[in-house]
Design a protein around this ligand. Sequence first.
Ligand code: GLN
Length: 494
Amino acid sequence: MTEAITAHELRDRVKRGDISAEEATRAALDRIEAVDGRLRAFLTVTPEAALDQARAVDAARRRGDRLGPLAGVPVAVKDNFCTEGVRTTCGSRILENFVPPYSGTAVRRLAEAGAVIIGKTNMDEFAMGSSNENSGFYPARNPWDLDRVPGGSSGGSAAAVAAGEAVVAFGSDTGGSVRQPASFCGVVGLKPTYGLVSRFGLVAFASSLDQIGPLTLDVTDSALALQAVAGHDPLDSTSARYDPPDYLAAIEGDVKGLRIGIPREYFGEGTEPAVEAAVRKAIEVLVGLGAKAEECSLPHTDHALSAYYIIAPAECSANLARYDGVRYGLRAAGAEDLADMYAKTRAQGFGAEVQRRIMLGTYALSSGYYDAYYLKAQKVRTLVRQDFERAFAKYDVLVAPTSPTVAFKLGERAENPLAMYLADVCTIPVNLAGLPGLSIPCGDDGGLPIGLQLIGRALDEATLLRTAHAYERAVGFTPRLAPADPAAGKGGRA
Ligand code: GLN
């Protein structure tokens, strides 16, 4: 793909027979061939399987079968989605050669919707990171400026969509990993309500926070992609017993009378002036459409980051205990005994950030420290959730930046974990509260995209999508592909 084509347009063209699913798939594969040597958004590309799936869609069309809502749409999934027969590394050396015997629910539902899975995208190892630099293989880059990071941890998914290597991609968001890279790459990223999309077959990082979400070129595609994967799944015990509404129908309304809260804590120190200006301008657009906006407060926001960096590592230390050299992936050679084999395998297989999180989490959960750290973090989590509950008694949507900054340079924060953690100050509270959050492009700073974050009530994705769609229409938004071209670096959108 060298021109921006959305999933809904492409699907309609496939249905009409203007383009075959095979042609659409070849176009995406060609684009990967042309740019991924520089962009590195993919860890695995599966051309044969993709072309087979595409031909099956074309055959179904010729037979006159009903085609699914994503018929013939090239879709990429983050490499922590289990895909039957296709390597699933989670961005980690420890799973470098792991081939799952099954596909997760989201992947199965995508296939049922007619999507063509073209490959697995690059990510920070086990989804821990905000820049893709923690990938155990190589960092993906930002297609608007190859010297900059695409964000993380779903940076490969965001870069792939922005550069036209995939029409839709999926990621996972534990503390911002769909929204923040969406913001950095100028695409739409949705983190649904915790429990709306099944986590069955998603490699676990922090199970009380992880949620699967789509990255797309526009809001209509976000609704379409969410619809394909949302809804109860008996295979995930945390999956909500809830019948999702028709999200595509829901995006059509207007925003007259919509009550918008602007949480002042989300414009704190470190927010770049260009980001704040773009977000405030976007709010003015919504006010111009008849929404009412006023400043509000989520007073415990300051503590959310600290609570997250106890809770997420604690859960990760438990979830990652399974990588022991016995059941999955890598087993280090030359061990003297069983304990030595565990130690060598985990020291060789996990990168520095993953090891740091496992140690932090194990410490926070250990006897004598549990009350001081883990229990206290859970109490803070409740306070953060209550802040949102109070706000949503008054407002329908909260609007804030997705990230306080635009995409930073590769290497700029790599040596400083705390600076890296700050990339998620505006997204993490939403995960702690289990709420839906949507990031949409709302401008740029010297060619680097800026994201607007809309936060909603639990299971009210419909209002977020409708608000975002109204914004898109008001500003006449048309998606453009990023060049992913070295010559386009240093600021200019070619
Ligand atoms: N950047 C955050 C972290 O490193 C969030 C990651 C995510 O959402 N998976 O934990």
